[in-house]
Design a protein around this ligand. Sequence first.
Ligand code: C2E
Ligand code: CA
Ligand code: CA
Ligand code: CA
Length: 276
Amino acid sequence: AKGEGRGVHRFFRSELLVGAQSRKQLEDDLREALAADQFFVAYQPVVSTRTQRIVGFEALLRWQHPTRGLVSPSDFIPVAEECGLIETIGEWVLRTACMEAAEWPDSIRVAVNVSPIQFANPALSTIVTSALAKSGIKPDRLELEITEGVFVDESAATEQMFKALKGCGVRLALDDFGTGYSSLGYLRKAPFDKIKIDQSFVRGAAITGNRNAAIIKAIVTLADTLGMETTAEGVETQDEIALIVELGCSHIQGYVYGKPACAADVRAHLALAGDT
Ligand code: C2E
Ligand code: CA
Ligand code: CA
Ligand code: CA
C-alpha cells in the first residue's frame, strides 16, 4: 500500500509539472502575441428590441496562434489576468475597438470588456480618454462592460474610478448580471447605464414554465425602475427573441442576430445596410 501511495504521489507530481510547463508556455506565447500581431477583435451585433435594428457591437478579443489555432478568450484571459498582461492587452483592445468603431456610423456604439485588474489601475480613465481622442469617436459611443469582480476590493479607489469614467462621458454596463453574489448592492453603488443579463438565464427561458423567464422579468422591472437599459445575452432562437421582447428587455445580443465577426465584415455589413 505504501508503494502504491508513492506511485500515486509521483504520478500526481508529474501531472502538475506538465500542467505548469504548458501554463508557462501559454504565458510566454501570450507575451509574444501582441508583437507578433496575433490578436484581432471580433464584433457581435447588439439589436434594439424596439426598432429591430443594430445599435451597437460588443468587441470580443480573438487570438490566432500559429500552432494552437484560435484560442478561446475564456482560456487565455484568466492567464493574462494572473500574469499581469491583461493591462497591455486590454489597452490594445480598447484602442483598436475605438479606431475601428470610428469607421461606423455615429449612431452605432461599441462595447469593450474591462477586466477588474484594468479597473483597479488609477490610469484607466486616462487610457480611455486617450483612446477616445485618438479615434475621434464621441465618448457616449463607448460602453465599458464591467463585471462584479471590480467590487471585490471595496475601496475608495473603486468609487473614484466610477466617477472618473462617468466624467469621461462613457457608458457603463454591468456584465454577466446574476452570476455572482450580492449583485443588487452593486446596482446601488455604481452608476450603470445598462445591465447585461447572463446567457444562463436566457438558456431555456422560452420553455413554458421555466423559472428563468420570471427571473429575467424581475431584472427588467428592477432595471426600468433604476433607469437602466437591459441586454439579454446569448439569444439563439426566434422563440427566445419573442420571449425577450415580451419580457421587456431593451436590447438583444446572440447568435440569432449574428456571431462575432471581423472588422472588415462588420464594415461591409454596415455599408450594405445603408447606414453609412
Ligand atoms: P462575455 O463578455 O460574457 O461575452 C459573451 C460571450 O458569449 C462571447 O464569448 C460570445 O461569443 C458568446 N456568445 C454570444 N452570443 C452567443 C449565443 O447566442 N450563444 C452562445 N452559446 N454564446 C454566445 P467569447 O467571445 O468566447 O468570450 C468569452 C468571454 O471572454 C467574454 O464573455 C469575456 O468575459 C471574455 N472576453 C472576451 N474579450 C475580452 C476582452 O477584450 N477583455 C476582457 N477582459 N475579457 C474579454
Ligand atoms: Ca461582455
Ligand atoms: Ca456577458
Ligand atoms: Ca460571460
